[in-house]
Design a protein around this ligand. Structure first.
Ligand code: SF4
Ligand code: SF4
Length: 233
């Protein structure tokens, strides 16, 4: 899931400066699970903005909506009546959701109310940890199902650095050394032999260095006729 955190209220108010009819738009997917941009957070943020508007005499008209998945056109199309007449949408979905709104409604400003942080998972109630950096060339099969790219502070591929102490990373006593975790996982799996193989230098070309990445599934690509039938072009 994508993990994010709401921007501080003061920053959001600064971003909204100069806009009047504002739609606060959340998402029921990842950002709802990480308690940053779901329906509840939309309600709380909207009320806070109304209060701020009253106290500071901003004259904001705050409306609110939460879509199933703000990253998909199908769901974002449904909120067209809500966006009608607004001069800004404050998106508290991830950056993908905010950009989907901007692409579908180019005359309305899509403003970010959330800082998208990483791809991760809840490890216990209220605590979310980064688990994948989207490197485009997964090596989990070599590392006991533990990502060395994001869980090791140095993204090391062949064992720990000299800073690993008592199973902890040198960046802090709270942080497990990823290579200790990899070792324990491989031991549990009976695959310590994998540690003897040298993982070659990683191919970073599928990562971000080549600009925005794109995946095409030919079987799902719509023909021009299908697009026209759906009214998309
Ligand atoms: S190796 Fe790459 S794709 Fe696999 S979990 Fe780590 S960052 Fe994600
Ligand atoms: S201590 Fe472990 S997790 Fe930390 S940087 Fe070194 S190898 Fe990576």
């Amino acid at each position: 899931m994508i993990i994010g955190e709401q921007k501080p209220l003061k920053e959001i108010c600064d971003i909204l400066e100069g806009h009047h009819r504002i739609l606060v738009a959340g998402c029921r997917s990842c950002v709802a699970i990480c308690l940053a941009g779901g329906e509840k957070e939309v309600g709380i943020l909207s009320e806070s903005l109304r209060l701020h508007s009253d106290l500071a005499g901003k004259g904001w008209e705050i409306d609110e909506v939460t879509v199933e998945r703000q990253c998909e056109n199908e769901w974002v199309r449904e909120i067209a009546p809500k966006i009608e007449g607004k001069d800004a949408v404050l998106s508290i979905a991830c950056g993908v959701g905010a950009q989907t709104i901007q692409a579908m409604y180019p005359k309305v400003r899509s403003l970010p109310g959330l800082n998208t942080s990483n791809m991760g998972a809840p490890i216990e109630p209220g605590i979310f940890m980064e688990r994948c950096g989207g490197c485009g060339d997964c090596v989990l099969h070599l590392t006991g199902g533990i990502c060395p790219i994001v869980r090791c502070a140095k993204s090391l591929l062949n064992g720990p650095c000299g800073g690993s102490q008592n199973g902890k990373c040198e960046i802090g006593k709270e942080t497990p050394c990823a290579w200790e975790e990899i070792y324990q996982s491989l031991k549990e799996l009976g695959r310590l032999d994998l540690l003897e193989a040298n993982i070659p230098p990683k191919d970073w070309t599928p990562s971000r260095s080549g600009g925005p990445r794109k995946i095409v599934r030919p079987e799902a690509v719509m023909s021009e006729t299908e697009r026209q039938l759906r009214g998309e072009r």
